[in-house]
Design a protein around this ligand. Structure first.
Ligand code: PRX
Length: 650
């Protein structure tokens, strides 16, 4: 567990506060703190009535009977209701705004595509009909491994239209990661592209898919979208070209009336054991909270151009590029490539070119921009921006201040949004017209969310005391299970504090009830805001034939927030050398993907263990970060190892 006290102390010094600009509040959906408090209190007093009222914002084919059936930890929201996510995101906007741009896309090489709601509907309904002709049936799993192109959103919406469960895999993951997910989900279909662009280079998506499914049996077909048009292997019996399938098909698939609790998607994420967890979200609850949170937090207006820079391979892209904005009828901008390609001002150029008004990004990206220098954003007007957001990791107050002044010109509120793959939508965040901001704090829970910081026994801690962040009531967009592992779901999230959802984060609340997230309490590392489990990386290092044992820790990194340092021992007959360390680093990058590439791998004679044989990661973290070793080391099997390891770092 991390030593929270240092972070706690430094954040405690943060006393700055920023009230919402008056003009912003005047036009906001929730215009002041009192309105927020009234809404939140009402919601906590009678959550069923509150969510029932909110659910009127969706289109239902058939009304629900009960708002919630809660048999902890199993939730059923809006029982017996029938609706369709794709209908809510597309069909219902056709009468009112068919020509409004739904997806505004910019490719890394610079092309721009605009798909109106009418265009997007036609593409989605056509592609859904193609999926039906391939014989796919409701609840079949479909893996999407694609670049950040409109077709990724089209494929998601097509799946949701006919009840297929999609599972998007981040395009930066390697063949092995795809194979694990294919095997767990037993996907019948993979939708991919020949390649995608990243920093001017082609990412070999189709080749990775071919490698991944070599010895798997569930995948019957692969649909390939032609993006890069470079040479790829194509297997005529198994593979279909997207453009050929859609050209042949003249049908438009109807949106099926699906049950509220029908699964919508599985998204794999890292946990504390080696196996990625398939987080399962269902139809009505997820869509409802994606919808209302987007409206509240981003305070959407009809003419906004909204840009979330996340990749759709992560939950942020699911909820806040696709389902939240489209269900609100907004214009959502999608960008395919890297923030610094071909130059480090690319993001700011995109904002000016497309008149972006709402910009949602990560602290990691901001730290990189800070390092590249203020001069770069100063070359752009950035005058259309009215609201900024961050997500994925704690934002330190100085980065917040930079964002506020250099990008927001001190006129744009910043929404620091705390949430998780599991929560499905934003849980703690300012409402930009209502909540006074404090740099570094995610501020207050959204209406209806009963968040608390508790001690080891589950009792709320006094103000300004670190503790465990929990959610005390069920919420519509909560995960329903871990795919294929319901026991792990109950055990991991609901056992530590009976009756409460355990987030895995540490936090504190200040005297005004504001939440300050301190970081993970478990073995999850956040590298550039991406969630990685130490044990997945350890398994990957150990899968190299020369390695005997390995322990991975996360240490602070100026840009990435955290970076990975691995300690490994070699098997007899293998000699430690810088070349060997490099081989192992490359091995991990190949096995999992470059996001999991360790910053360093230290080859050591042995690892520090307790007498009961547990590796002391706390100690390794200190050694890797070159910090002084304080605290109890008496449980070490052999205390002389500290000196031995410290020397190996010199
Ligand atoms: O530790 C918290 C951190 O990201 C974790 C969730 O990671 P993931 O499921 O990948 O989802 C990221 C995008 C929603 C959390 O447990 N985290 C997320 N947002 C914040 C944050 N930490 C501090 N401040 C945030 N705003």
């Amino acid at each position: 567990m991390k030593d929270a006290s240092e972070t706690l102390e430094s954040l405690l010094k943060e006393k700055r506060s920023f009230s919402p600009p008056k003009l912003f509040s005047a036009a906001a959906h929730v215009p002041d703190l009192k309105s927020y408090q009234a809404l939140h209190t009402k919601a906590l007093k009678n959550p069923d009535a509150f969510w029932a009222e909110q659910a009127k914002a969706l289109h239902w084919f058939h009304p629900w009977e009960k708002t919630l059936v809660w048999d902890a930890p199993n939730a059923k929201w809006f029982t017996k209701g029938k609706l369709n996510v794709s209908y809510n995101c597309l069909d219902r906007h056709l009468k009112t705004q068919p020509h409004k741009t739904a997806i505004l896309w910019e490719g890394e090489p610079g092309e721009v595509r605009k798909l109106s709601y009418q265009d997007l509907y036609t593409e989605v309904a056509t592609f859904a009909a193609c999926l039906q002709t391939l014989g796919l049936k409701k609840a079949d799993r479909v893996i999407l491994y694609m670049p950040m192109i409109p077709e990724l959103a089209i494929a998601m919406l097509a799946c949701s239209r006919i009840g297929l469960i999609h599972s998007v895999i981040f395009g930066g993951f390697s063949a092995q990661a795809i194979r694990d997910r294919v095997e767990d989900s037993k996907a019948k279909l993979i939708i991919t592209a020949d390649g995608g662009y990243r920093r001017g280079k082609i990412v070999e998506l189709k080749r990775n898919v071919d490698q991944a499914i070599q010895n798997t049996s569930s995948v019957e077909h692969v649909i390939v979208y032609q993006r890069t048009k470079h040479e790829i292997p194509f297997h005529p019996k198994k593979d279909f070209w997207w453009h050929e399938l859609t050209a042949k098909n003249k049908n438009l698939a109807d949106a099926l009336p699906l049950d509220s609790e029908d699964p919508l998607f599985i998204l794999y994420t890292s946990g504390t054991t080696g196996k990625p967890k398939g987080i399962l979200h269902t139809t009505a609850g997820y869509l409802l909270q994606a919808h209302v949170s987007t409206k509240w937090v981003f305070d959407l207006k009809d003419d906004d151009i909204y840009w979330c820079t996340a990749d759709i391979g992560w939950i942020t892209g699911h909820t806040y590029i696709v389902y939240g904005p489209l269900s609100n009828g907004a214009t959502t901008l999608m960008y395919e490539g890297a923030p610094n390609h071909p130059h480090p001002g690319r993001f700011w150029e995109i904002i000016d070119r497309h008149k972006v008004s709402i910009f949602y990004t990560s602290p990691t990206a901001l730290r990189a921009f800070i390092q590249w220098g203020e001069k770069i954003p100063h070359e752009y007007a950035l005058s259309t921006l009215r609201l900024l957001g961050t997500v994925g990791e704690p934002i330190n107050p100085e980065t917040w201040m930079w964002y506020y002044s250099v990008i927001g010109k001190e006129k744009c509120p910043i929404v620091d949004t705390w949430w998780q793959t599991e929560t499905g939508s934003i849980m703690i965040s300012p409402l930009p017209g209502a909540t006074p901001l404090k740099p570094g704090s995610a501020t207050l829970p959204l209406p209806g969310i009963d968040a608390e910081v508790v001690d080891g026994k589950g009792n709320p801690v006094p103000p300004n005391t670190g503790g465990f962040l929990v959610i005390r009531n069920p919420w519509p967009s909560m995960l329903r299970t871990i795919y294929n592992d319901h026991d792990r779901y109950s055990e991991h999230y609901w056992k530590k504090f009976p009756g409460m959802y355990w987030t895995g984060d540490e936090a504190r609340r200040d005297e005004e009830g504001y939440f300050w997230i301190l970081g993970r309490a478990d073995d999850v590392i956040k590298v550039s805001g991406h969630r990685l489990g130490t044990s997945e990386i350890e398994s990957s290092v150990v899968s190299h034939p020369s390695v005997a044992e390995c322990a991975v820790v996360g240490i602070p990194h100026k840009i990435k927030g955290e970076c990975i340092v691995a300690f490994a021992t070699l098997k007899q007959g293998h000699v430690p050398s810088p070349e060997m360390a490099q081989t192992l680093i490359n091995h991990v990058a190949k096995e999992i993907g470059t996001i999991a590439r360790p910053e360093e791998i230290r080859l050591v004679p042995r690892l520090p263990k307790t007498r009961s044989g547990k590796i002391m990661r706390r100690l390794l973290r200190k050694i890797a970060a070159k910090e002084e070793i304080v605290g109890d080391t008496t449980t070490l099997e052999d205390p002389s190892i500290i000196e031995e390891l410290s020397k190996s770092m010199a």
